[in-house]
Design a protein around this ligand. Structure first.
Ligand code: SF4
Length: 105
């Protein structure tokens, strides 16, 4: 499943540079599939996890770090443990790897 950032976020920015998919964005910053990936879709989006208050994770770009890290890199560095499982976006291992392969063809 994807990881999400809760409203306990203190906007310290520790997680943002750790994401291999560039799935983490600052508050109010629109996300794009093309940021940090091989995808060419550079449409600016404000759906799927977008937040105007806290750092957020673009759900469609989070692979739980599959193919890069043994555990979610954002959760590992978060000082307030606000990067947690997004129970509304449960995915299988195969789905996560397919997502990773779509982002990094
Ligand atoms: Fe990025 Fe990994 Fe965190 Fe998902 S779990 S947002 S891929 S660092």
């Amino acid at each position: 499943m994807a990881i999400k950032i809760t409203d306990d976020c203190i906007c310290c920015e520790a997680c943002e540079p750790e994401c291999p998919n560039n799935a983490i964005y600052a508050p109010e910053e629109a996300w794009k599939f093309s940021d940090g990936t091989t995808m060419e879709n550079d449409e600016e989006r404000e759906d799927g996890g977008f937040s105007d208050e806290f750092f957020y994770i673009a759900t469609d770009k989070c692979t739980e770090c599959r193919g890069f890290n043994d555990e979610p890199a954002c959760a590992a560095v978060c000082p307030v443990d606000c990067c947690v499982d997004d129970e509304d976006h449960v995915e299988t291992e195969d789905e996560l790897m397919a997502k990773k392969n779509k982002l990094h063809a």
